[in-house]
Ligand binder design. Structure first.
Ligand code: AMP
Length: 210
């Protein structure tokens, strides 16, 4: 199955993509993680993406589409994949279709801005191993330290309140247009992401008929 997960920042795309990947045995591919990894390693891609990301903007369409094309050429994607965070604009979706990147189903996880803003302000991430926590919903055993590797947790630069508002604005202006793009070809499934992780997972599996 070739899936894309759509949703506002903080709607739970990454969390649900990881759950689906494990249950379906196909890779979850997060464009945000690829870009953050490139920044961490000082790769040219990271250097060119960082300023857009820190400001809560979008990395240029041709750049991210080139990156996803390379990633999907890997052997682990032969049996399907779950895309998280790409496409984020209709232009990206069209560019992807033009080069043969197929999507069978688009799952849109919806949640009010107020809810996702609260989630993002409490989110803490481990720069070492990529684990994600929430100060209230999923706290670490030792405050400020990653349960998995012990590294110090940080607030993502783009989770600062003002940057979150810009990301949400861009989501409503650009990414939500993709609902119509997938709807008109009968590929859109919408699920409510405003409650628990388990409820969203159940809604996604039901929408997929699994
Ligand atoms: P995410 O981890 O999905 O929230 O992505 C973090 C940031 O990476 C976004 O705010 C963008 O700056 C950048 N980014 C991720 N995916 C894309 C994409 N498909 N197009 C453009 N920029 C992206």
């Amino acid at each position: 199955m070739r899936l894309v997960i759509l949703g506002a920042p903080g709607a739970g795309k990454g969390t649900q993509a990881a759950i689906l990947a494990q249950r379906l045995g196909i890779p979850a591919i997060s464009m945000g993680n690829i870009l953050r990894n490139a920044i961490k390693k000082g790769m040219p891609l990271g250097l060119s993406a960082k300023s857009y990301m820190d400001a809560g903007g979008l990395v240029p369409d041709d750049v991210v589409v080139g990156v996803i094309k390379d990633r999907l050429d890997h052997d682990d994607c032969v049996g399907g994949y779950i895309l998280d965070g790409i496409p984020r604009t209709v232009v990206q979706a069209e560019l992807m279709e033009n080069i043969g990147i197929a999507v069978d189903v688009a799952i849109a996880i919806t949640a009010d801005d107020r809810i996702v803003e609260e989630r993002l302000s409490g989110r803490r991430v481990c720069d070492e191993c990529g684990a994600t926590y929430h100060l209230e919903v999923s706290p670490t055993r030792v405050e400020g330290k990653c349960d998995k590797c012990g590294a110090t947790l940080t607030l993502r630069p783009d989770d600062e309140p003002e940057t979150v508002r810009r990301r949400l604005r861009l989501y409503h202006e650009e990414t939500e247009q993709l609902f119509g793009f997938y709807e008109k070809s009968g590929r859109l499934k919408q699920v409510d992401g405003s409650h628990s992780i388990e409820e969203a997972t159940a809604a996604i599996f039901s929408a997929l008929g699994l």
